[in-house]
Design a protein around this ligand. Structure first.
Ligand SMILES: Nc1ncnc2c1ncn2[C@@H]1O[C@H](COP(=O)(O)OP(=O)(O)OP(=O)(O)O)[C@@H](O)[C@H]1O
Length: 361
């Protein structure tokens, strides 16, 4: 049985004053004109996972303007182990809080409650822009398989920040450096191993018959096996730069479309989108194979880029997976191929407030 959001309430969240939605576990198609509040609903759902959500916004940015009095989201979640209640909110100027089953909980606890993957239009340029976005994408994929990855990344970043401070301050205490480099080396080895294992999971799910070609994704890693020694050797160079120049924080994700022998960055916009869709679908299939439960999928504006045949193929894949997949598009025609296999909702903007109606037509 899939994990799915059964009820969702948005209060004073961006364009939503108070929106209450009921879902039955089928895919969800949200259609409406530009600016009617579709992505805001996906963003709200993304906040039932740890982190800053799919727009990486601050809590204050999400507070409904002009009042900006803070916001609250509430989700009743159906899981194979029973129904759970998750709430998340932020008061003005404060960080985001989480409560699960009426008890305060750390954000990381959401990761175990609701497995979730997303694809946004901002990711369309993933293969063209800097390595940071690709690392974030890779780490989110990795986190979906290895929940301890977050703790390793935090431990690595903490030790690196401290090492960078020593480098900038010109400190020459080699024992202090060695201790931090050992921490970076331990956490770094786990990070690289987790990332490689996640890419292997995706590779194992590649579907040669899919209309979404899978790119061969490999880790381009500047971290040598013995990172502690390499960092010690690189202290003088790093001191001149004022930061650590080697390690998994400099890794990159390379994608090659094997059928054409071409780097993803050289492929067409539609082809690049197809790689991301195939990666998300492979990730979801791998999670379902591992846990028996497909993750919740948030696919923002995914239909607009696809021709009718690929759109139908995507809907078939999502339905076959049994995932609660939230999709947005500007008109109902984009979701015609889904028909009764999904729940459809129509959104509209009424003087700056989003309204949502069930579309049963
Ligand atoms: N903090 C906020 N308070 C009030 N309204 C907000 C806030 N943040 C964003 N909005 C409004 O929300 C609307 C955008 O909503 P959203 O991004 O969900 O639109 P959409 O339906 O996905 O549109 P598109 O089809 O263009 O992607 C905009 O009109 C924007 O002004």
């Amino acid at each position: 049985m899939p994990v799915f959001v059964a009820h969702l309430t948005l209060s004073h969240f961006r364009s939503h004053q108070r929106t209450r939605l009921e879902f039955d576990g089928r895919p969800v198609a949200l259609h409406g004109p530009n600016g009617s509040g579709k992505t805001n609903i996906l963003e709200a759902i993304s906040l039932f996972s740890p982190g800053r959500g799919l727009r990486r916004a601050t809590p204050d940015d999400m507070s409904r303007r002009p009042q900006s009095l803070g916001w609250k989201l509430r989700a009743e979640i159906t899981t194979p182990n029973g129904n759970r209640l998750a709430e998340t909110w932020a008061e003005p100027g404060q960080s985001r809080q989480v409560r699960i089953d009426e008890k305060s909980a750390p954000q990381l606890a959401l990761g175990a409650l609701v497995p979730m993957l997303w694809l946004t239009p901002a990711m369309d340029r993933l293969w063209l822009e800097g390595a940071e976005g690709r690392r974030r994408f890779l780490d989110r994929t990795t986190l979906s398989f290895a929940p301890d990855h977050a703790a390793q990344v935090l431990a690595y970043d903490k030790a690196m920040r401290e090492r960078n401070r020593l480098l900038r301050d010109g400190v020459r205490d080699s024992r202090w450096f060695s201790a931090l480099e050992a921490q970076m080396s331990d956490a770094g080895a786990a990070i690289t191993a987790n990332r490689r294992a996640a890419l292997a999971e995706l590779r194992a799910q590649a579907d040669p018959d899919s209309p979404f070609p899978m790119a061969e994704m490999t880790l381009d890693c500047t971290a040598p096996d013995d990172l502690a020694s390499a960092l010690a050797d690189s202290r003088a160079r790093d001191m001149a730069a004022g930061r650590s120049l080697i390690g998994p924080h400099r890794a990159d994700l390379r994608a090659i479309w094997t059928a054409k022998g071409m780097e993803a960055a050289q492929c067409s916009t539609g082809e690049q989108k197809a790689f991301l869709i195939s990666a998300i679908l492979a990730n979801a299939r791998a999670l379902r194979a591992k846990t028996g439960t497909p993750p919740i999928l948030l696919l923002d504006e995914v239909a607009a880029h696809l021709d009718a045949a690929r759109r139908a193929a995507l809907y078939d894949a999502v339905c076959a997976m049994g995932a609660q997949c939230f999709m947005t598009g500007t008109g109902p025609d984009l979701f015609a191929e889904l028909a009764g296999r999904a729940q459809h909702f129509a959104l509209s903007d009424r003087e700056g407030v989003s309204h949502v109606e069930k579309d049963t037509s």
